[in-house]
Design a binder for this molecule. Structure first.
Ligand SMILES: [Zn+2]
Length: 422
């Protein structure tokens, strides 16, 4: 196995896909667009060249099948997504598809014949950029796509249903995209880390423990507007100062959490928003993520208490509403172990880390056990044209997948260890 050659091939494929964009200036490739079509066709060609039988389901997911043990043998699924955000990097998504294809290609070449089949999947809708839907492609594969999502419309007013039809698909066939859970062993995805942890640890690869659950809150703080020059400091009811103190409380709560909780106040709207008026009303958002649902819930309770204490002290009103809640999806322990062993075969440590970002594995976990391999990216930068993962690291990741597949002789997973701790 030539790791450097695998890495160079992966980098060339990344560049080829990265050139397919709606804009000549930057990379934007949205679900069910002509760019998606072109990218899907290239992926299908690569799959065919690698020795896979290619098909495409009703949600546009490209599927490459390798069935050395016959079509009825259980399947190991390896995949990621080929859609992007606006002004994206080249690695987020495509890398996982490419590494899956390269790994299977190597196995075919080497004459390896596992007692199971492998399907490489290229999902078209992970980012949720075009439609206000989430993970529709992987949800269809997992058999959990909600038909109501077909009515979702994009910025041009085109519904998902109409976009699918324009893409040549029959939305009535979506249920047939679902795998039979009895025929699937596991779903494994290699993805760039999108954060700085592996780089800081000096490790090229990491094993994901869980895809973090998230809560999003909207907090409205009300005070009283007044003249910036005439109202003494002790007589003010400044909504922005209260909101600021609450934002600092969020930081304090997240920092004190032993599970690596992250919390962000990303938006703050101040009214009336004048330079010479004391702020009367502030609405801000909180995005809170943790790989422990219990500690996320505890943090929310603690924040609520803190926010009311701050509001009382400052004679402000506060209303907190949660508008989004996603539970943590643990990666299967046995798969974590197998991935770590595969990386250890290559002489690396593969530290464990949670994923703060969402992934197709969240939908796939409804179908089967999931495992994820993270690959180091430069400066932790992602969703940005500066996103970069070195050919060497991608070569190692492909080699780790190959080792993982080689070692995967028994299609039965050890369920005694369950999922990750939450
Ligand atoms: Zn991604």
């Amino acid at each position: 196995m030539d790791i450097a050659a695998l890495g160079a091939r992966a980098a060339a494929m990344i560049d080829e896909l990265g050139a397919i964009s709606a804009s000549p200036d930057h990379l934007t490739r949205l679900f069910l667009t002509p760019e998606h079509r072109r990218a899907a066709d290239i992926v299908a060609r690569w799959m065919a060249e690698a020795g896979l039988a290619v098909s495409e389901d009703a949600m546009g997911t490209v599927r490459g099948h390798w069935h050395p043990a016959g079509r009825d043998a259980p399947r190991l699924l390896i995949g990621s997504h080929i859609d992007t955000v606006v002004n994206a990097g080249k690695y987020d998504g495509p890398m996982g598809v490419i590494l899956g294809i390269l790994a299977v290609q190597e196995m075919v070449r080497a004459g390896f014949r596992p007692p199971y089949g492998i399907d490489v999947l290229a999902f078209g809708d992970e980012e949720g950029t075009r439609f206000p839907t989430t993970l529709s492609a992987s949800s269809a594969v997992a058999g959990v796509f909600p038909p109501a999502s077909l009515a979702a419309v994009d910025a041009e007013g085109i519904s998902l249903r109409d976009a699918l039809v324009a893409y040549g698909k029959n939305p009535d066939e979506i249920p047939a995209a679902a795998y039979d859970p009895g025929k699937v062993i596991a779903y494994v995805e290699a993805h760039i880390e999108q954060g700085p942890v592996l780089e800081a640890e000096g490790e090229p690869l990491g094993v994901v423990t869980a895809i973090a659950g998230a809560s999003r809150l909207s907090v409205t703080v009300t005070g009283e507007a007044g003249h910036a020059g005439t109202v003494p400091m002790r007589m003010r009811r400044d909504a922005l100062l209260g909101a600021s103190e609450m934002a600092l409380a969020v930081e304090r709560i997240a920092k004190a959490d032993p599970h690596g909780m992250v919390a962000t106040v990303g938006r703050m709207h101040v009214e009336p928003g004048s330079i010479n008026v004391i702020p009367s009303r502030v609405v801000f958002t909180i995005d809170l993520r943790s790989s422990s649902d219990m500690s996320r819930r505890e943090a929310l309770t603690r924040f609520e208490r803190e926010a009311h204490r701050i509001a009382d002290q400052r004679h402000l009103g506060v209303v907190i509403s949660a508008f989004h809640e996603v539970a943590t999806v643990p990666c299967y322990r046995d798969l974590q172990l197998r991935l770590r062993n595969a990386v250890a075969d290559l002489g690396h440590r593969a530290p464990s880390l949670p994923s703060g970002a969402g992934h197709d594995g969240q939908a796939m976990s409804k179908l089967c056990p999931i495992g994820m391999l993270f690959v180091r990216c430069r400066n932790g930068v992602s969703h940005n044209p500066a996103e970069y993962t070195s050919p060497d690291d991608m070569g190692l990741a492909a080699a780790a997948l190959i080792r993982f597949i080689e070692r995967f002789q028994l299609p039965q997973l050890d369920s005694s260890t369950g999922g990750a701790p939450t």
